[in-house]
Ligand binder design. Structure first.
Ligand code: ADP
Ligand code: MG
Ligand code: MG
Length: 538
């Protein structure tokens, strides 16, 4: 027993130390790295396509290189780039700095004598820009100017960019992005949790120091239980989403015995743990509002992609080192085009909406119901239709969900909280908050203390931050693998499936990692990548 304790301590220490890595040490290690010359330039070129949004806005490295191109080209292009950046600042400014940003926009971009005047605007947009003053300054007009700027950039600047060395550099990065990933790419640390098909452990990318969580699905167990299709669906949904409030996928690869999903590391524990296991049960109201705003933003992101989550519950909401939360475990999520519905019974007892329990057709409405249950649980440390540790049959929970009114007996419920929960727990979908088209639950007064623009950008600091010296997970030895599945042989269709699953780096997350770790700046440096920027790019 003492030895297990010592082993856990060693595992925790290694894991905690890895997170405090010295970036300069790493830099020495990767001095030898250079970007590949895209030998098959034309095939990479064809693969990346010519979509402006994807190349210049969504992909972080593409965005940076396009911006560098604009700034280096001419003053008109540079003005457009600076204007877009200032608009972001405006959107994210706190109330006290907003006035300053506003004055700077007016002075820099709206005066014909200014170096950065938006001289490319024409017609109505040009008129609006020239007539913009402190008094008629509005989000609507800024939106129109932004659209006009993007329209301009999509034209000549974009086609010039595609012929420039900056875009060649982008293709080099894309070539690099496609490298094969194996378990040699990572250091592995302690186990953090366990799932149906294997464990989740902490890993670190060797050459960037970036920490992730790796969900390892046992290939044999998957095959034995017929879980392959669901694993692939989960992976495909995870790689599509890109949100600060959902656990994003960064890599998928396979090793000898496992299929691996490498995703954002969430080391602050799940909300169920925070509700029930830490001191007084329930979570402080300020935190409940903060988490609910982030969860709602995550759910809205999924719904905007026609994905229904179907497993909203505190246990699936994980906290990161900064105390911000994300939705995890997309294993039950389904993609349902706007006109499609489903009636399959799925979810967790206590969180399932009336329409699921009645086996009616449903879409996104079920997530808002489950969110109502979860907010209730964060406050009261019990479910609306099931008390804490109550031994009760599923059928009785179903009966209560369909027939009973939700009661608010806990002293911590205030009026806005009762109101938002009641609206999420409307038994009729047509009356439920979140279910009418265009309706955004974040406009409810429950969220009045939160600046949503800043929240969306991850800029609102968490009201509670995990202690960096504590591992918020069960002891590693308690999570260890027990049974080994043997006598399973793989056939060619299994190998084909492993290959389909193992697609390597996920573009947006990988590019973010390159930028945040400093590797992007280093390798863009001509001295390191001497061959390229100005000369032999053609
Ligand atoms: P399953 O779908 O098989 O239940 P999960 O995705 O729920 O697997 O993961 C199992 C457990 O691993 C979770 O309950 C949690 O404790 C831990 N875990 C999952 N994802 C992460 C993550 N991104 N960061 C840290 N721990 C995680
Ligand atoms: Mg799970
Ligand atoms: Mg799952």
């Amino acid at each position: 027993d003492d030895l297990l304790g010592l082993e856990d301590l060693v595992a925790n220490t290694a894991f905690l130390n890895a997170q405090q890595i010295d970036r300069n040490e790493l830099r020495k290690l990767r001095l030898s790295l250079i970007l590949p010359k895209p030998t098959r330039t034309s095939s990479v070129r064809a693969e990346v396509g010519r979509n402006y949004e994807s190349l210049c806005e969504h992909q972080p490295i593409g965005r940076q290189l396009f911006r560098q191109f604009l700034l280096a080209s001419n003053s008109q292009y540079a003005a457009a780039a600076e204007f877009l950046e200032e608009l972001d600042n405006w959107g994210l400014a706190e109330d006290k700095t907003r006035e300053k940003v506003k004055k700077s926009i007016l002075a820099n971009f709206c005066q014909p004598e200014s170096r950065t005047f938006l001289s490319y605007l024409t017609g109505e947009a040009a008129e609006k820009n020239k007539k913009l003053t402190e008094r008629n300054f509005s989000e609507v007009i800024l939106g129109q100017l932004k659209e006009a700027t993007r329209d301009f950039l999509k034209g000549r600047p974009f086609s010039e960019y595609l012929k420039s060395p900056y875009f060649y550099r982008f293709l080099q990065w894309k070539e690099h992005e496609k490298q094969r990933i194996s378990d040699k790419y990572f250091y592995e640390f302690r186990t953090l949790g366990r799932g149906g098909f294997g464990e989740v452990c902490a890993v670190q990318v060797k050459h960037t120091g970036q920490m992730y969580a790796c969900k390892k699905l046992d290939k044999r167990r998957l095959k034995k239980k017929g879980g392959e299709r669901f694993a692939l669906l989960e992976k495909q949904i995870m790689e599509k989403v890109n949100s600060l409030f959902i656990v994003n996928l960064a890599y998928s690869y396979d090793s000898k015995n496992h299929l691996c999903l490498v995703m954002d590391l969430m080391n602050g524990g799940d909300l169920k743990f925070h509700i029930y296991e830490l001191g007084e049960r329930g979570i402080h109201m300020e935190r409940v509002v903060y988490y609910t705003a982030q969860i709602t933003t995550g759910i809205l992101h999924l719904h905007s992609m026609n994905i229904v989550y179907r497993d909203m519950k505190p246990e699936n909401v994980l906290l990161d080192a900064k105390g911000q939360c994300r939705l995890s475990d997309l294993g039950l999520a389904v993609e349902l085009p706007k006109s499609k519905t489903i009636c399959q019974k799925a979810g967790t007892t206590g969180y399932m909406a009336p329409e699921i329990l009645r086996q009616e057709n449903y879409r996104t409405s079920v997530d808002w119901w489950a969110l109502g249950c979860s907010v209730y649980e964060m406050v009261a440390a019990r479910l609306p239709f099931k008390d804490f540790r109550e031994k009760v049959q599923k059928e009785e929970v179903t009966r209560r969900t369909l027939e009973d009114e939700c009661k608010f007996e806990h002293k911590r419920f205030d009026d806005p909280t009762k109101d938002i929960i009641s609206r999420f727990l409307k038994k009729k979908v047509a009356y439920r908050l979140g279910c009418r088209s265009g309706d955004d639950p974040r406009n409810h007064s429950f969220f009045k203390a939160i600046n949503l623009h800043r929240l969306e950008a991850g800029l609102v600091e968490a009201p509670w931050v995990p202690n960096p010296n504590i591992v918020y997970a069960k002891d590693a030895h308690k999570l260890r693998e027990t049974s080994e599945v043997e006598d399973i042989k793989f056939e060619s269709k299994d190998l084909k499936f492993f290959k389909e699953f193992s697609t390597g780096a996920v573009s947006i997350q990988w590019q973010k990692e390159m930028i945040e770790s400093g590797v992007f700046d280093e390798l863009n440096n001509q001295e390191v990548n001497g061959h390229g920027f100005d000369n032999d790019w053609k």
